[in-house]
Design a protein around this ligand. Sequence first.
Ligand code: FE2
Length: 173
Amino acid sequence: MQLESLITQLRAAAVGENPRADIKSLMQGALSDPEAFAAVLPEFEDDDVVLFEDDTISVWHCRFQPGKTVPPHDHKMLATIAVYRGAERNDFYERSVDGGLRKSSEVRLGAGDVFQIGPSAIHAVGCASEEPCCGIHVYLGELTKVDRSLFDLSSGNAMPFTDENYYKLVAED
Ligand SMILES: [Fe+2]
C-alpha cells in the first residue's frame, strides 16, 4: 500500500467508531508483506520523521539505530507500533510505590508485528537487530502538542519531554 493512501485511511479510522481496532487492522494489512511495504517508501534522512499530524492523529516513521536506547517515556494517547524492518525491543515500566521505575515486561517486535500500548504506558525502545529497526508509529492525537514525560531510569524521576532532557537521557547500550 502506498504511504499516502495508508495515511488517508488512518485519518479516517482515527475519527471513526473504533479507532483502536481499525488502526491496528490497517497497520496489520499494510505490513502483511513488510518487504513490499518497505519498497514503496521514500528514503528518510532523519531517524524520526513526522509523516502527518493533526489534532486527531500523528503518524511517524521511526528508525532505531543499533546500540541506542530511547529513554523511558509516555505518550498520553494510544500508540500503535508497527515494524517493517529489523526488530524493536520495547521495555515496559511501572511506577513503583517508592517513586522509582520497575521494569514490568519486555516485548520484541519483528517485521510485520503490530503492537498497541495505552495512554499511560511507559516504555523505553531499543533496536534488537543488527540492522537499524524501522517502523511506522501511529498516535491517536497530536503527539508534538501534548505535555508528556521522560523518566530517569536510575531515580525514576519524571521530567518534561523536551529535546534537552531527551538527549541527556539517551542511553548507549
Ligand atoms: Fe514511544
